[in-house]
Design a protein around this ligand. Sequence first.
Ligand SMILES: Cc1cc2nc3c(=O)[nH]c(=O)nc-3n(C[C@H](O)[C@H](O)[C@H](O)COP(=O)(O)OP(=O)(O)OC[C@H]3O[C@@H](n4cnc5c(N)ncnc54)[C@H](O)[C@@H]3O)c2cc1C
Length: 466
Amino acid sequence: MSVVEEFDALVLGSGEGGKCMAWHLAHAGQKVAVIEDRYIGGSCPNIACLPSKNIIHSASVANSVGHAAEYGTQISAFSVAMKAVQARKRAMVENLTEMHSQRFASSGATLVFGHGCFVDTRTLELTAEDGKSRQLSGRQIFLDVGAFATHPAIPGLTNAKPMTHVELLELEHCPPHLLILGGGYLALEFAQAMRRLGSVVTIIERAAQILTREDPDIAAIVADTLRSEGVEIVTGVSIESVSGMSGEQVTLHGNRKGRSYTITGSDLHVALGQSPNTRDIGLEAAGVAVTDRGYIQVNHRLETTSPNVWALGDCAGSPAFTHMSFDDFRIIRDNLAGGNRSSRGRQVPYCLFIEPELARVCLNEMEARRLDIPFRGAAIPVSSILRTRTTDETTGKLKVLIGDDDRILGFTALGARAGEMLPAVQLAMAEGLTYQSIAALIIAHPTYSEGRQTLFSTVSPRAAEM
Ligand SMILES: Cc1cc2nc3c(=O)[nH]c(=O)nc-3n(C[C@H](O)[C@H](O)[C@H](O)COP(=O)(O)OP(=O)(O)OC[C@H]3O[C@@H](n4cnc5c(N)ncnc54)[C@H](O)[C@@H]3O)c2cc1C
């Protein structure tokens, strides 16, 4: 029987929330160990947000070069070298790994590699790649094991060996014809990037529109933009079977509007969602319950059903964004210090990194109507922001929903640098300010942020004030 190594705190998985918790506790003088299977720092810097944005940026450069003549720069010929695109991304990931290793070292938290699994309520056994195992126990345990890409049980799909985002981000060539199953935000980011890098791309979506959670007018502008770049989008398709092999030739067989539908491509990427990494970590031995979808069951303080065990990030069913995992860390940290913070009612901002960007916080029209929340809406085309005239970035729309008390219920920005427009609105929302407080600001001209002010100035006053 091996000796059990004792720690004040154990963190399983070094994702955003987990690593921040480890660094915080270690800095506070606690003896902390983090068990990580393979990705130092979690998915975001290794296989998700940052590598995808790196490749998206390379694709954006290729797109700009392709349109250089429109801006007066003549380029006689150019080509994309995917190996160089990949090398740039890998160099960034290596750099981030180094940065994380240094951060672990300077924090004093011990990082140990292996697959962690509970053997009892306080003890995790980790099995390293060489098969050797160690047992670590902690007074407090934090679970941040993240999620993995899954696909539905469509006949032939598994045998076709479709790419997840992990394989797609490792490509050293452009697939001649990339089929993407799903029309959500990850699908669209990859679709635009791979098209710009040289692939023929077809998005196949089951619903009547891509981006099913967005207002139809916003989704339509995104679809038009992608189509204008040559991405084919086919909606209303239900796939019933798959034949062939991704990387060679792959065919999707299905149904569209009552007729049979077939499409053949060279490669297949399935972007149909994620499942939590909770199946093989011995949660039952720790008394940690999961939901019917396998997420770790937590209350609004992110406490699991086992005392002194918390869960953060994707595996806890928090909105699947790095910044939400970070906020989970802050909730637990503050509550451990005697606070009473809750994960309920948080703002969940997000940004879709296509060009133009799509960013949103809180309600859109569709959701407000579904929830029967009264609102006054205002919208402006981004072409009315004069800065966009200088850069030819005139595609998009800003939309805001205002409540009966003049407070902001939600803000959607589709346009250049949309992601950067959210925080000021979020701050106003968090502080309970009225929309007039943004409309009254003096904004530097000509900035993209002027659009926010124009938008808020067009909100109609309350009926009683008219
Ligand atoms: C392609 C892609 C692009 C994305 N882009 C964005 C974006 O732009 N912005 C954004 O906010 N979000 C983005 N996301 C979502 C974001 O990556 C996740 O929400 C975020 O990384 C979740 O972090 P986490 O803390 O839950 O865990 P993760 O970062 O997933 O970390 C979990 C860690 O646990 C480890 N682990 C799992 N099981 C075990 C075990 N048994 N033992 C030891 N270690 C284990 C894993 O190896 C992993 O390192 C993207 C996702 C994808 C797939």
